[in-house]
Write a protein that binds this ligand. Structure first.
Ligand SMILES: [Zn+2]
Length: 251
């Protein structure tokens, strides 16, 4: 697929008098870095607010100062991004391997750390590492102070538990099985178009904003180029509405 396929899909939205909402999440932030500078500059240049999923236990000195200088929102990326899954199982930090008390304690520590780090720019949203979470924990999150949850793939509910909203990401630009390079324009555009088309014909929740997922630390040049082109083509498009993470998840 190429950009004309995206244009065609957006024309279909426009023809129906609708605007497609988009948002941007970037995972695994812990410290200032040239890659994070580049991400923030790109977001700033296009006037888009990126949601940084920060790993609380791994936050490095100086990060609060950096965060205060850039227009981003902060989400909670688990606690230490440490897998507790058994051998041969899919990685997860918050599966059902541990007792609820240990999990609740870690989540609370992370929540407190990020609140102190950035104040009101911390959105009370949990982004579980590897986008995995024991479903049994979901009803507990609102009690722990969270108002939102963000994982991967079309959501099955916009409010999976009372007081808890959910908005996921749908377009991963990193090829995790292919050496962590760029997935390529073809696959990235196909993922955007697939989610937009599925929303338009209501195969998935039509009001779930389409989320672009990036990982600044592993981007190669082609990945950055794609993100820049994507922002250029969509930021002021008549059939698109870019949302800040808080709006996309909690509104
Ligand atoms: Zn992660």
């Amino acid at each position: 697929m190429n950009w004309s396929h995206l244009d065609n899909e957006l024309d279909a939205w426009h023809a129906e008098g609708r605007r497609a909402s988009l948002w941007w999440r970037d995972d695994d932030a812990t410290a200032p870095s040239p890659a994070l500078d580049r991400l923030a500059a790109l977001a700033h240049a296009h006037d888009v607010t990126v949601g940084l999923a920060v790993i609380p236990a791994l936050v490095q000195p100086g990060f609060a100062t950096w965060l205060a200088s850039v227009p981003v929102e902060v989400l909670q990326h688990g606690w230490a991004h440490r897998s507790h899954a058994g051998a041969g199982e899919k990685k997860t930090e918050f599966g059902n391997e541990r007792d609820a008390e240990a999990v609740t304690r870690e989540l609370g520590q992370g929540f407190g750390t990020l609140g102190k780090l950035v104040g009101h720019r911390f959105q009370p949203v949990l982004v579980p590492p590897w986008n995995r979470l024991d479903p049994g924990l979901i009803p507990e999150l609102a009690h722990a102070g969270y108002r939102g949850l963000s994982m991967y793939g079309p959501r099955s509910s916009g409010e999976p538990a009372p007081g808890l909203k959910q908005t996921n990401c749908h377009v991963d630009v990193v090829d995790w099985r292919g050496g962590r390079g760029f997935v390529g324009h073809d696959r990235a555009i196909a993922a955007v178009v697939a989610h937009l088309a599925a929303r338009r014909v209501q195969l998935v929740d039509p009001v779930e904003p389409t989320g672009i997922l990036t990982h600044h630390a592993v981007h190669e040049e082609a990945t950055w180029t794609f993100i820049a082109r994507f922002l250029e083509r969509t930021r002021h498009h008549r059939a698109i509405r870019w949302l800040a993470p808080g709006e996309a998840i909690l509104a």
